[in-house]
Design a protein around this ligand. Structure first.
Ligand SMILES: [Zn+2]
Ligand SMILES: [Zn+2]
Length: 125
């Protein structure tokens, strides 16, 4: 009897299909969490140039909380001499790590805040 029911079920509802459906909905949920509503466009090279880049120095930042002393992308701790990009939201990332990210996605990888670049520098090109 049990065998009968099982074969009936599997023919009606293909298990692979439901599995895929489940995965897709999970991924959709995940993406919803990651990308709230709209995805800001990536930054241009010009905008990248306007970002606040600073070389990390442990003596300078020793007063800051430990949480702010590692990169949210590669999860490595900052070390002296690392080139960091400081975002308006207060998060910092290796410029090498953040660069490819913000070229395709103009928000903070950590808190998803939009990266607003005010091109105040009157650079003549
Ligand atoms: Zn990094
Ligand atoms: Zn942030």
């Amino acid at each position: 009897m049990d065998e009968d029911q099982e074969s009936e079920l599997s023919s009606e509802i293909p298990s692979v299909d439901s599995l895929v459906n489940d995965l897709t909905s999970q991924m959709a949920r995940f993406q919803l969490l990651q990308v709230p509503t709209k995805k800001p466009p990536g930054l241009t090279q010009e905008a990248l140039d306007c970002l606040h880049v600073k070389v990390f120095s442990s003596s300078e930042t020793s007063s800051e909380s430990r949480a702010l002393q590692d990169c949210g992308i590669c999860l490595e701790s900052f070390t002296d001499g690392d080139k960091l990009i400081h975002l308006q939201c207060g998060h910092k990332f290796h410029s090498a790590c953040l660069d490819p990210w913000i070229r395709s996605c103009g928000d903070c990888p950590f808190c998803r805040r939009c990266i607003v670049v005010n091109s105040q520098s009157p650079s003549i090109k």
